[in-house]
Design a protein around this ligand. Sequence first.
Ligand code: NAP
Length: 460
Amino acid sequence: MSDLGTEQSPLRAAIVGSGPSGFYAAEALLKSKPVVLVDMFERLPSPFGLVRSGVAPDHPKLKEPILVYQRIAESPQFQLLGNVMVGHDISVEELKNFYHAVVFTCGAETDRSLAIPGENLLGSHTATEFVGWYNGHPDYRDQVFDLSHDTAVIIGQGNVAVDVCRILAKTVDELKHTDIAKHALEVLAQSKIRDIHMIGRRGPAQAKFTHSELRELGELADCDPVVDPNDLELGSASREEFADRRNRANMKSYEVMQGFASRPSPTRHRRCHLRFLRSPVELKGEERLERVVLMKNRLEGEPSQQVARATGELEELACGVLFRSIGYRGVAIAGVPFDERGGVFPNQEGRIIDGENVVPGLYVAGWIKRGPTGIIGTNRADSVATVKLLLEDLPNLDAGSKPGADEVRKLLKDRDIRVVSYADWQRIDAAEMQRGETAGKPREKFARVEEMLAMLDASG
Ligand code: NAP
């Protein structure tokens, strides 16, 4: 019988990705009965995934889970190995030699595609690019967003679309005391955008955003929300959806929309238009985006299963910039099976599978397990469920000696990889907060990896 999980032979677990699902997996492992040592790998020098680089800067309360993650990271059984890209700096095969189990919590790093002509025209962007840019994510530091036109279009009606809309709609005064990246605030300050169209392929009863997020669009300093009351007329299937208590959340959003529709004519500098039953079918322009061609849709199907069907009627909307906010998608890592269709790691409730077979020692949690749905807290139960299976598997895991972080560090040193520890990150964190102080911001992020590493080198 193996003694894995005891003081003499602790279970060594690697977690790949330092967002919410990674930290909740770490927490579940550290709280478990077996003795576990957790090493968390993160591609960037900064941890916390989308809580740092996805949550909108003007939503500081949503970043509070970081306080919990900080406590987890301070456990003596936890190590951060930041600035290390699994699949590039160290292979998954190598990780298997260093750890008894590997839990992938690497989220959904890219976007779904619309697959329409002109999608990649200059001026057409993914929401991920824009969100990463205003949040100081190093991958997007050098993105260029031309906001010199009067009309912006956002495709999709989820909470990410609302975030993008709000950041475009807000005044500099509304943003300047948030942790928005300086480079983004400078560009937004020059924005000429007056009209923002947030376009859903289905109707107002099916919009994915939540009512509290939607309501904020009615509370902006210099932007009016605009909804055409005619667009709020519901078909019988949508009315049936609202009669079902399970759709209470959508009903609440609908009530917010009714409030918007009954407002007097807009008077503010900007307008945010909620548009429904339209799908983009082509983006047009000579050198760059000039207009989007929209197909008018009608709804078809049973209540709660209604889909958008093209009517054949087209309309064009002139716009200078467009953001595709139609959901995220996971990215493959060499050495791990990948489900191309779903954009996730194929799994049975968290055990990674290859075809029909479970891959021993490999687990998955969070968006890369179930797809990009749910709020930050949704990931806690998901990670707990995966860790439960991992612990059930403990007797069957390869109990051979696994050296863990110390040996990984040696290997990475030989490869000239500067591993960023949690203590290093705390120094970066403190420096960011200090940089923010003079500007009256909670922090001024370092938006380049080199800047973070240089700061560490300079401060010894
Ligand atoms: P989402 O909620 O899934 O919304 C995606 C939107 O894109 C939907 O309106 C969807 O319409 C539309 N869409 C998908 N494919 C399309 C296509 N081919 N053509 C046109 N439209 C298409 O995704 P998200 O906004 O990226 O958010 C991801 C998760 O993060 C969500 O759970 C969200 O609540 C969460 N989040 C939360 C917050 C917050 O709490 N403040 C902030 C940001 C994100 P259909 O409904 O017709 O598919």
